[in-house]
Write a protein that binds this ligand. Structure first.
Ligand SMILES: NC(=O)c1ccc[n+]([C@@H]2O[C@H](COP(=O)([O-])OP(=O)(O)OC[C@H]3O[C@@H](n4cnc5c(N)ncnc54)[C@H](OP(=O)(O)O)[C@@H]3O)[C@@H](O)[C@H]2O)c1
Length: 327
């Protein structure tokens, strides 16, 4: 497919690199309000808007701030182009509903780059949970303790604000981990949270914790941070009727489940810049998301991270924020 990227900042470089590794993918150019070229492909054309693009293309990649994804998706749908948006789907319920409706009406695919869903160990765990093989899930404890310095927040005047970033680490960095949580366990019925701003001059939280109660009785805990120096691997510890296991950065690192072999893929370990940096240099999961996106278009099926399931992640984050704003 032929792509136009909207936004020429940090994550656009990951797409230039990922598309370059995939046969049959062509990057046509990019959209930038300021006319800034793609750092990783400086010779490609830049247009001020999607409507101004004067070359043939099939799909749009949205690499703009979180709260602008609905605008980009609606503009792409009006042009009849498929949409792969960076995460989150968007930051508000009405924005997510409008963009989803626009893409459905136009008959174009809308996918979200929740790339951790492509990791084999996460897929293996999802299968076991969906099949009921692990029995009742008692508890899931997610720790997403990352670090960003003030210079990161100062690198964009929207960073760490509610209007465009949609919040702090829960919406921006840990949404990937919360996405795996909602993908595996669904939305909780009850949320109690405490959020604080400790290490940064920002509007949103930079650290917080939430207690989650699900309809089936499962109790979840979630800690998300960009104040946890120097930044740690993300951990998800799950306790079930059949036993317990831990995923560390999408890899099963502990497995104590009765009568069931560890489904971990041997030799897998991923480089995660995310604990300390906004850059994504390991492009393998973005490549997998792009491949799934193209297959979903071809097969006219839901993508691995389609809008209907990705919206649950934003809904969970909003529940956490609405339970308590930072003090
Ligand atoms: N999947 C992942 O692992 C991952 C990692 C990092 C980021 N992301 C996501 O990627 C998206 C972009 O993040 P980023 O780190 O690339 O951001 P960034 O470096 O700030 O780039 C944002 C781009 O959006 C454009 N833009 C358009 N309207 C804007 C506005 N009103 N304010 C600010 N910028 C605007 C800017 O270009 P012009 O001003 O020239 O138009 C800029 O190039 C976000 O949704 C983020 O959550 C995903």
């Amino acid at each position: 497919m032929r792509y136009v990227i909207v936004g020429t900042g940090n994550i656009s470089n990951t797409y230039v690199s990922a598309l370059g590794k995939l046969a049959g993918c062509e990057l046509v150019g990019a959209v930038s309000r300021s006319g800034r070229a793609l750092a990783a492909a400086p010779d490609l054309p830049i247009w001020p808007s999607l409507a101004a693009v004067d070359r043939a293309f099939d799909a749009v990649i949205l690499a703009t701030p979180n709260g602008l994804h609905h605008q980009g998706a609606i503009a792409a749908a009006e042009l009849g182009k498929h949409v792969l948006t960076e995460k989150p789907l968007d930051i508000a319920a009405d924005a997510m509903a409008t963009m989803t409706a626009a893409c459905k009406k136009a008959g174009v695919t809308l996918a979200v780059c929740y790339q951790r869903r492509t990791r084999p160990d996460n897929i293996a765990i999802k299968r076991l949970i969906d099949e009921g093989t692990l029995g009742q899930i008692y508890a899931a404890d997610l720790s997403a303790k990352f670090y960003r310095d003030q210079a990161y927040y100062d690198s964009g005047d929207y960073r760490g604000g509610y209007s465009l970033d949609g919040g702090g680490p829960f919406m921006q960095q840990a949404c990937h981990n919360l996405d795996i949580y909602t993908w595996l366990f669904g939305l909780p019925q009850q949320v109690v949270s405490m959020l604080g701003t400790f290490a940064h001059d920002i509007e949103s939280e930079d650290h917080g914790a939430a207690l989650l109660r699900h309809a089936n009785g499962m109790i979840g805990t979630v800690v998300a941070s960009t104040a946890a120096k120097p930044g740690f691997a993300a951990r998800l510890e799950v306790h079930t009727e059949k036993g317990s296991f831990t995923l560390t950065d999408d890899v099963i690192t502990q497995w104590h489940v009765d009568n069931l072999d560890n489904p971990a893929q041997p030799g897998k370990a991923y480089h995660h810049d995310g604990a300390t940096s906004a850059a994504v240099t390991d492009t393998t999961a973005h490549e997998a998301i792009i491949k799934d996106f193209e297959q979903a278009v071809e097969d006219n099926r839901e993508p691995l991270a389609g809008a209907d399931s990705a919206k649950l992640t934003t809904e969970l984050i909003l529940k956490i924020y609405n339970s308590q704003k930072p003090i």
